[in-house]
Design a protein. Structure first.
Length: 344
């Protein structure tokens, strides 16, 4: 089965081609056109600008993905079996560009469509080049979402914990903006934190670990952001201590994410754990999660996607779409719609 996948949920225009048979999956192409530089000036994604850029980039990106997979727009109709497209969650104007493009291609090429949840796509980044057994517990961490998901089998996911306010990635962006570090915040805060880490010193700054000992599996990072603001407002030397502040802020988020994940895995007797989402690119999170799983869940296996599949991309949408196509969960182009608040 060959699948063309399209992803335009936020500010990356992406397309990918996958070929699969059973659990044997190969990514033939994975093209991403990023808008980071465009939105960096504004300190965050501007929806109208993002949508305009998607309109400009979508066809060239698809053409390149097809070309790298040995196809063209003229031969795609005879070589493709399915078109997968992200329908949500995300920015509605961005999503519409990808969905409307997929609908037109489905009509012209006579190729069936599968609708993919963006978060489910992130989860399926763990199924590229490997075939994890299920059930699994997935920590999904991105700019707009932070949640713990139980996946009992393909197509069956249940959210058992989620953020009640800011997502982890959003908290990183706001912290970076607070300290005038730029956008996107996650990589910048992480880079600054690494500077302090190299000194080998212990941080004298203490920030809270929100909802760490709550009885549920939910997260909250709004209070952490506020705590950081109060700290730097009272510290006249904070500008000289930015790496240390970033180190403590990053560690507070990591501690919370890992503690909640280990706790949920133990409570649900789960031995397969996955990390997914844009924040899964964070090196300290990857290292420390591996270490804590090794120490506290010695019989568990941890899956972490390759770095190129952590941020928004279409390969993950292709894999999620592939498993939906195997179950014949097709959506006619006439009724395919976007859903910016789509839930798992």
């Amino acid at each position: 089965m060959k699948i063309l996948a399209i992803e335009t949920s936020c500010d990356e225009t992406a397309a990918s081609v996958l070929v699969g048979e059973g659990d044997d999956i190969k990514i033939l192409s994975n093209i991403v056109s990023s808008q980071i530089q465009l939105h960096a000036t504004y300190g965050g994604v501007v929806p109208e600008l993002a949508a305009r850029e998607h309109v400009v980039n979508i066809i060239p990106v698809i053409d390149k993905a097809l070309s790298e997979a040995g196809m063209s727009s003229e031969t795609a109709s005879s070589k493709l079996d399915v078109i997968a497209v992200t329908i949500g969650p995300g920015l509605i104007t961005s999503l519409q560009v990808g969905v409307e493009t997929a609908k037109v291609l489905s009509y012209i090429w006579k190729v069936p469509l599968v609708a993919v949840n963006h978060i489910e796509g992130h989860i399926y980044s763990n199924f590229i080049d490997v075939s994890p057994v299920l059930p699994a517990l997935i920590l999904t961490v991105s700019g707009g979402h932070t949640s713990l998901v139980m996946m009992s089998e393909h197509g069956k996911c249940k959210v058992i914990g989620e953020t009640v306010d800011d997502a982890a990635g959003e908290a990183f962006d706001k912290a970076a903006k607070m300290m005038s570090l730029g956008y996107p915040g996650g990589p910048i805060v992480s880079k600054q934190a690494a500077i302090f880490q190299k000194t080998g010193q212990d941080s004298s700054i203490r920030l809270p670990r929100p909802m760490l000992y709550s009885k549920n599996n939910n997260f909250s990072f709004s209070g952490l952001k506020t705590a950081l603001l109060y700290k730097i407002q009272k510290d006249t030397t904070w500008k000289e201590r930015v790496p240390e502040y970033c180190y403590e802020f990053e560690q507070a988020i990591i501690d919370t994410l890992i503690y909640k994940t280990i706790k949920a895995a133990k409570a649900n007797n789960i031995n397969i754990i996955m990390l997914a989402g844009g924040v899964s690119a964070n090196n300290r999170l990857r290292i420390q999660l591996k270490e804590m799983v090794r120490k506290q869940l010695p019989n568990a296996k941890l899956y972490i996607p390759d770095l190129k599949y952590t941020t928004d991309n279409a390969a993950m949408i292709a894999v999620a779409g592939y498993y939906k196509a195997l179950r014949k969960e097709f959506t006619p182009w006439q009724i395919l719609k976007t859903s910016c608040n789509l839930e798992l």
